[in-house]
Design a protein around this ligand. Structure first.
Ligand SMILES: [Zn+2]
Length: 147
């Protein structure tokens, strides 16, 4: 039996990074700074990272571009590709063009709705990351909208 590496919101040290037993959210955040350059986007983008059973990235899907607010985000839209591609988990990511990654009350409300829907759909919502200018926040880490 292969071990499934668990996802963690923890900001791991460089040494801990080399342990393949855990996928820290800072890895995802760094990917969003470097690979997708989300910290530099002028508009808000909401993306969903689709993960397989072993927490490997299947695909990154862009859900919305523009303002990400609870009135605009349809939870069904967030899970559409996850269900279609049979993902077992997702990580939601969006950026704040202001550069300040502090989650808004709307971000927390959206997260709560997504986490609840994930339970019904049997898709693990591992985290919601907000990317700012060189900084990021994990809503899971802060306990916002989770649990
Ligand atoms: Zn936000």
């Amino acid at each position: 039996m292969e071990e499934i590496p668990p996802y963690s919101w923890q900001r791991l040290s460089a040494a801990e990074h080399n342990q393949p037993a855990i996928i820290p959210c800072c890895c995802f955040c760094n990917a969003y700074f470097v690979q997708y350059d989300m910290g530099a986007l002028e508009q808000e983008h909401l993306r969903v990272v689709l993960l397989d059973r072993r927490n490997r990235v299947l695909e990154v899907v862009e859900i919305y571009r523009g303002s990400v607010s609870s009135s605009q985000v349809r939870v069904g839209e967030v899970f559409k590709e996850a269900v279609r591609k049979n993902a077992s988990g997702i990580i939601v990511v969006h950026n704040h063009p202001s550069g300040d990654p502090t989650p808004s009350p709307d971000d927390v409300a959206v997260t709560r709705a997504i986490v609840q829907a994930g339970k019904l759909l049997d898709v693990d919502v591992l985290d919601h990351l907000v990317i700012g200018q060189g900084r990021w926040v994990s809503l899971k880490e802060r306990g916002l909208g989770f649990g």
